[in-house]
Design a binder for this molecule. Structure first.
Ligand code: CUK
Ligand code: CUA
Length: 675
C-alpha cells in the first residue's frame, strides 16, 4: 500500500476516534470551553493529526488508546484510583483514565512533603498507637485499600488499609486525605486479609496470614498444631468519631492454616464473611540439609484443596457481645465457641487459592486457585442449604467442612495462575492470570446478570505486559460496578521503560472494558517507581466530598476541631515558665510571627503554629534544621511540635512551600544560647 493511502486511512480513523473520544470524555468538568463538533474536528485537525501520527509512527490502535486516556489540561478524571503502595507503606491516588498521580498519602511511613511524621504532635501520638510490641516502627507494607461503603457502594468518606508486615490497620480521612488512626492488632504479628469492609462499614475486617503464637508469647514450632494459630479480627468502625474502637472489636481464633484474602458478603449474603486459606497442610518449613525438612513452597502446596472460611458474622457479633474471653486485651472468640455456636464453616477450594471475590449481587463467591487453572464459583444459596442440611464433616479442629459438590456452582478453565477477580456493569467478570500474563473476561452465568443465558463462559483474554497480581475495575468490587476501565497491577516491568537501574518500577496497565465480547483493549502503561502496589480500588470522582481549606482557623486535623491552644493573629508570643518555653506562632504570606525565637540550651519547647490563610492553595511549610522538624501547615491548620533544646546555636527556620514571590523571605531565627 502506498504511504499516502495509508495516511489517508489513518486520518479517517483518527476522525472516527476523535468523535468517539468526544463522547467518552464528557467535557462537563472544570472547563467552560465547549467541545468541538464533528465538523470542527474534521476541519484543520485531520492534517495536523495525521502529520503527528506519521512522524511518531503510531498505529490506529495507538491513536485510539491515546484519545481514550488523554485529559485536556484543566479537565478532571472521572475516576480516582486508591492504590496500596506495598512496602513504601503509603497509599497513592491516581486519576483514571489519564493515569496521572494526584496525591501520595503518608500512612505507615513518614512522608516529608506532607510534613507527615516529622515532629507534629498529633501524628506522633497516632504513630505511637501503632507501636509494635512496644517498639516504634516507621514503615509498613500496605496491600489492600478499602473505601468505606454505604449499601455496598462507595460513599467517598473513609479509606482503610492494612500493614501486612505488622498486622496494623490505618484509617484515612477522605475529607483531607490524611491518616487519622493506626491500630496495632494485639494478637497477631502479620496480616493479609484486610482491609475489607462490610457493606455499611460497621466492621473493618483484618484476616491473618502466617500462623504464629499470639504477640508476645512463644511456643516452639514443634507445637505448631496445638499452640500456633490463625486469626481474623473485626474492627468496629465508628463513623461519627471516624475511628476504629478497639474496645468494641473482636477476633476469632482460627486453625493454624494461613488465611489469605477475605471479602464481605453483600445484599443476599450480607452478614457473611469469606476468607481463603492456604497451607492447610500445616507445613512448618525448613530447607534441605541444614534444617532437614520440606521448604514451605512445596510443603504448603501438597493438598489439592484448601479451605474457604465462611463466617456467620451476624451470629458472631451476638456471641462476641457476651463473650468474656480476651487475648492481649482483645475480645477473643475461641474455635471451641465457634464450633459450638456454628459461627464458622469451611468449604474445600482448589488449590493454594489467592483471591476470593463476591459477585455484585452477593450471590456467588469466586475463588481463584493459584495452582489450579480454573476459577471456582460457589453459590451462596447452596452454601446456606448445605449448612441447613448439615452436609459436613469436621476438620482436625472440629470445624465443619461443607461438601464441595453440594455448594459448587461452576468451574471455568481460564488459564495459568488465576489470582484475583473483579466485576463490571455488563455481567462480566475479570480474572488476573499471573503465569499467563493475561486478564480473562468471562460471563456470570447465573442470577440476574446480563449474560446469564450464556452460562459460565470464558469470553476473551487480553495480554498484559506480565506478572499481573491484582486487577481493579471501576467500582468493581461493589454492588454497583461502573465498568469502563480496569487496571492491571503488574509486578516489575522488564524492558518496558527506560532503564533506571536494577530495581525496576512496577507497571500499571489501563484496559478499556467498555465494549462487549472480545473487545478488551490495552490503553496505557504507567510506571510505578515508588513501591509495589498490591490492590487498588477505583471510585467515581464525584463521590468525594473533600475540603480545600480547613473549616476554621486554628484547626486540628487529627481532632477535627479548633485547637484551643492554636495561636491567633495578634496574640503571637513566646512564654517562659522556668525551663518550659511555649511558642505561639502564626504564618501568613510571607512571614512567620515571631521571626526571632530566643531560648536557652536545655529548655523544653512546645511550639504551636497556625496558618492564618483562608485561600485555597496557601500552604506553608515549616522546617527547623538539626531538630528533625518538618511540617506542612495547610490553610487554617494549626500544628504543634515539641523538643528539648539539647543543641545550642542558631537555626534558621523557614517555609518549605514556594508560597509567594517573597517565599524566600518567609524565615526566622531560632537562637539557642549556651547554658
Ligand atoms: S496480594 Cu499482592 S498480588 Cu497481598 Cu492481595 Cu494478590
Ligand atoms: Cu510560606 Cu513559603
Amino acid at each position: 500500500m502506498k504511504r499516502s493511502v495509508l495516511y489517508g486511512i489513518i486520518a479517517a480513523l483518527v476522525l472516527v476516534v476523535i468523535v468517539l473520544a468526544a463522547l467518552v470524555l464528557s467535557p462537563d468538568q472544570g472547563d467552560d470551553q465547549a467541545a468541538v463538533s464533528t465538523e470542527q474536528a474534521s476541519e484543520g485537525l485531520a492534517d495536523d493529526a495525521s502529520a503527528v501520527i506519521a512522524a511518531r509512527g503510531l498505529t490506529p490502535d495507538n491513536v485510539t488508546a491515546a484519545l481514550k486516556t488523554y485529559m485536556p489540561s484543566g479537565q478532571y478524571d472521572p475516576y480516582m484510583m486508591f492504590s496500596s503502595g506495598g512496602h513504601s507503606g503509603q497509599v497513592h491516588v491516581i486519576g483514571i483514565p489519564s493515569m496521572r498521580l494526584l496525591r501520595t498519602i503518608g500512612v505507615f511511613t513518614p512522608e516529608p512533603w506532607q510534613g507527615y511524621g516529622f515532629g507534629d504532635l498529633g501524628q506522633a501520638e497516632m504513630f505511637a498507637e501503632g507501636d509494635v510490641a512496644g517498639s516504634p516502627v516507621t514503615w509498613g507494607d500496605t496491600h489492600h485499600p478499602a473505601l468505606s461503603e454505604t449499601n455496598a457502594s462507595y460513599d467517598g468518606e473513609w479509606l482503610f488499609v492494612n500493614d501486612k508486615a505488622q498486622s496494623r490497620i490505618a484509617v484515612i480521612d477522605l475529607r483531607d486525605f490524611e491518616t487519622k488512626q493506626i491500630v496495632k492488632n494485639p494478637i497477631a504479628m502479620n496480616d493479609h486479609g484486610g482491609a475489607f469492609v462490610t457493606p455499611n462499614t460497621e466492621w473493618v475486617i483484618e484476616g491473618g496470614q502466617y500462623a504464629a503464637p499470639s504477640v508476645g508469647s512463644f511456643a516452639d514450632i514443634s507445637e505448631y498444631n496445638d499452640k500456633w494459630r490463625g486469626m481474623i479480627t473485626f474492627w468496629k468502625f465508628d463513623r461519627e468519631k471516624g475511628r476504629i474502637i478497639p474496645e468494641e472489636s473482636f477476633a476469632m481464633e482460627l486453625p493454624p492454616y494461613w488465611q489469605d484474602l477475605c471479602d464481605s458478603g453483600k445484599l443476599v449474603s450480607e452478614g457473611w464473611i469469606f476468607c481463603n486459606s492456604f497451607n492447610t497442610e500445616r507445613a512448618t518449613g525448613g530447607v534441605g540439609a541444614v534444617e532437614g525438612a520440606v521448604p514451605f513452597e512445596s510443603g504448603a502446596s501438597q493438598n489439592d484443596m484448601d479451605y474457604l472460611h465462611v463466617i456467620d458474622l451476624k451470629k458472631l457479633e451476638q456471641v462476641a457481645a457476651t463473650n468474656t474471653n480476651q487475648l492481649n486485651g482483645l475480645n477473643y472468640v475461641t474455635m471451641e465457641t465457634a464450633v459450638a455456636e456454628n459461627l464458622l464453616f469451611f468449604i474445600p477450594e482448589p488449590k493454594s487459592p489467592h483471591g476470593i471475590d463476591i459477585a455484585p449481587n452477593g450471590d456467588y463467591m469466586v475463588v481463584s486457585g493459584k495452582l489450579d487453572p480454573h476459577v471456582t464459583i460457589f453459590s451462596f444459596a447452596k452454601i446456606q442449604q448445605a449448612i441447613a442440611d448439615k452436609k459436613w464433616s469436621p476438620d482436625d479442629y472440629g470445624i465443619p467442612v461443607l461438601d464441595f459438590d453440594s455448594v459448587l456452582e461452576a468451574q471455568i478453565e481460564l488459564g495459568l495462575g488465576p489470582l484475583h477477580t473483579q466485576f463490571d456493569n455488563q455481567g462480566y467478570a475479570y480474572t488476573s492470570l499471573y503465569l499467563d500474563s493475561m486478564v480473562a473476561r468471562w460471563t456470570l452465568g447465573g442470577g440476574d446478570y446480563a449474560h446469564a443465558s450464556e452460562g459460565w463462559t470464558l469470553i476473551d483474554k487480553e495480554s498484559i505486559h506480565y506478572n499481573v497480581g491484582h486487577i481493579a475495575a471501576a467500582e468493581g468490587d461493589t454492588a454497583t460496578p461502573a465498568g469502563n476501565f480496569l487496571v492491571s497491577l503488574n509486578k516489575w516491568s522488564v524492558d518496558r521503560f527506560a532503564n533506571v537501574g536494577p530495581l525496576l518500577p512496577q507497571n500499571f496497565q489501563l484496559i478499556d472494558i467498555a465494549g462487549e465480547g472480545e473487545s478488551l483493549q490495552l490503553l496505557y502503561d504507567m510506571p510505578i517507581g515508588f513501591g509495589e502496589p498490591h490492590y487498588a480500588q477505583i471510585m467515581k470522582t464525584e463521590r468525594l466530598k473533600s475540603i480545600q481549606v480547613y473549616p476554621e482557623v486554628g484547626w486540628d486535623p487529627q481532632k477535627w476541631a479548633v485547637n484551643p491552644d492554636a495561636p491567633k493573629a495578634g496574640e503571637e508570643r513566646v512564654e517562659r515558665d522556668g525551663n518550659n518555653v511555649t511558642v505561639y506562632m502564626t504564618a501568613i504570606r510571607s512571614h512567620f510571627t515571631p521571626e526571632h525565637v530566643s531560648i536557652k540550651k536545655g529548655d523544653n519547647v512546645t511550639w504551636h503554629i497556625t496558618n492564618l490563610e483562608r485561600a485555597v492553595d496557601a500552604v506553608h511549610g515549616f522546617a527547623v534544621p538539626a531538630y528533625n522538624v518538618n511540617l506542612s501547615i495547610e490553610p487554617g491548620e494549626s500544628a504543634t511540635f515539641e523538643f528539648v533544646a539539647d543543641k545550642d546555636g542558631v537555626f534558621s527556620y523557614y517555609c518549605t512551600e514556594f508560597c509567594s514571590a517573597l517565599h524566600l523571605e518567609m524565615t526566622g531565627y531560632l537562637m539557642i544560647a549556651p547554658e
